[in-house]
Design a protein around this ligand. Structure first.
Ligand SMILES: [Zn+2]
Length: 107
C-alpha cells in the first residue's frame, strides 16, 4: 500500500508547509492541494478495495474530515487511513478541527 504512504507523507508535508507559511495566497493554494490529495486518497481506496466484504467502509470527504453513511461525526482522515480507526475530530472554531488522537489540525 505504498500509494497511501506517499499520500499520507504528502499531506503531512503540505500541512507542515502551511503552518510555516504566513502568506495568505500560498496558504490557500496549499489548502486546495490538500483537498486534491484527499480526493486522490478516496479514489485510491475505491480502486484498491476489490473485496467489498472485507474492505474498509468508504467515507465521504467533508471539510477535510471523513464522514460515513448514517453517522454525523467528522472523523480524522489520517487515523482512518493509517490505522482504520474512526476518531471523531473536535471542533475548535468555525474553521479548525483537531484530532484528539494524532493531533492533526484539519481546516
Ligand atoms: Zn487522527
Amino acid at each position: 500500500m505504498t500509494i497511501f504512504n506517499a499520500l499520507t507523507r504528502s499531506k503531512l508535508l503540505l500541512k507542515e508547509a502551511t503552518s510555516l507559511n504566513t502568506d495568505i495566497d500560498v496558504s490557500t493554494l496549499f489548502d486546495s492541494l490538500l483537498i486534491e490529495l484527499e480526493h486522490i486518497n478516496t479514489f485510491a481506496h475505491q480502486l484498491t478495495s476489490k473485496t467489498p466484504s472485507t474492505a474498509k467502509e468508504l467515507p465521504e470527504v467533508k471539510s477535510g474530515c471523513y464522514i460515513f453513511a448514517n453517522q454525523k461525526a467528522f472523523y480524522c482522515p489520517d487515523c482512518y487511513d493509517n490505522d482504520a480507526t474512526k476518531v471523531a475530530t473536535k471542533r475548535m472554531n468555525s474553521k479548525l478541527r483537531i484530532c484528539p488522537n494524532c493531533r492533526t489540525r484539519i481546516r
